[in-house]
Design a protein around this ligand. Structure first.
Ligand SMILES: NC(=O)C1=CN([C@@H]2O[C@H](COP(=O)(O)OP(=O)(O)OC[C@H]3O[C@@H](n4cnc5c(N)ncnc54)[C@H](OP(=O)(O)O)[C@@H]3O)[C@@H](O)[C@H]2O)C=CC1
Ligand SMILES: O=C(O)[C@@H]1CCC=N1
Length: 269
């Protein structure tokens, strides 16, 4: 069956997903987008050859609606959509924190809802999308969501109770790595390297480490031990990381992200 998929609220994550779907072979004729500002709608049409439509038209024309507005805008979007969404539509929400029940109770009875937490590496087909079923979503709906998000990276099904934690890990996760690269590049400046060179050295170290983590099958502790020579440079750095409580800071940071996701649950966080 050929699906028509609409992305409602095509901002950063919506556009990243849209571009990935086109790369994965979706025909732009089967993709619709909605945007709040006309100039943004035109930008999307020019860039991707997709049809910008109103939210109501998206609900009428598409069988699958991907809601990619901010959690704070979700209530208003659902109010606008509810007269037009029939229960033969699949509604996929990419919003942090918003439970499927929040969406279900604002749409026609029995509308299937799937909650997905993607991340921005969908832009390079290395996304991590964590998927949960709402109360009326069937295995076929989950498989359809996996087909969409699996085209731009990995997918994992989790119970919805784990979505806030998954958001803290993989949804926000890329930002932590960018932050580390930024901080380590600053360190390179302190050590006297030109900024561009410091950036390249750290980025390639990050890519090498990421590929080894993914492909070697080794535990991260083993990989770190292999870098850490007796009385060498690495252990001197690790001692400072431990002295500054970096492990505890990361645990606290991800806990804060999980808590914030829970706070967004009301949709007006
Ligand atoms: N950024 C990320 O890494 C990730 C984000 N998410 C989730 O994705 C959602 C969007 O985040 P993000 O892409 O960062 O945010 P953006 O602000 O970039 O995107 C949201 C878009 O929705 C548009 N919008 C808002 N209300 C409406 C409406 N009623 N009709 C049509 N368009 C509307 C906004 O328009 P305007 O431009 O006019 O404001 C904006 O372009 C959030 O719920 C977030 O939790 C999930 C995973 C990762
Ligand atoms: O920061 C946020 O709220 C969104 C959700 C996950 C990544 N970005």
């Amino acid at each position: 069956m050929t699906h028509t998929v609409a992305v409602l609220g095509t901002g950063k994550i919506g556009e990243a997903l849209l571009s990935g779907m086109i790369r994965a072979g979706w025909n732009p004729a089967n993709l619709l987008v909605t945007a709040r500002r006309p100039e943004r709608a035109e930008e999307l049409r020019t860039r991707y050859g997709v049809d910008p439509v109103s939210n109501a038209d998206a609900a009428k024309r598409a069988d699958t609606l991907i809601l990619a507005v901010k959690p704070q805008d979700m209530g208003r979007l659902l109010d606008e959509l509810s007269p037009h969404v029939t229960s033969d539509r699949l509604v996929i929400s990419a919003a942090a924190g918003i439970p499927t029940a929040f969406i279900e109770e604002r749409l026609a009875a029995n509308t299937p809802v799937v909650r997905v937490m993607p991340n921005t590496p969908v832009l390079v087909d290395e996304g991590m999308s964590v998927i949960s079923a709402g109360s009326h979503a069937t295995p076929t709906h989950l498989a359809h969501a996996e087909e969409i998000f699996g085209g731009v990276g990995k997918t994992l099904r989790v119970p919805e109770s784990q979505q806030d934690a998954a958001t803290a890990l993989s949804g926000s996760g890329p930002a932590y790595f960018y932050y580390l690269v930024e901080a380590m590049t600053d360190a390179g400046i302190l050590l006297g390297l030109p900024r561009a060179q410091a950036h390249d050295l750290i980025v390639q170290a990050a890519i090498g480490a990421a590929v080894m983590l993914r492909d070697s099958g080794e535990h991260p502790v083993k990989l770190r031990e292999a870098v850490t020579s007796p009385a060498g440079t690495t252990i001197s750095a690790i001692r400072e990381l431990e002295n500054h409580g970096v492990r505890a800071a990361l645990i606290a940071a991800l806990e804060a992200a999980r808590d914030r996701s829970r706070e967004l649950a009301s949709g007006n966080g």
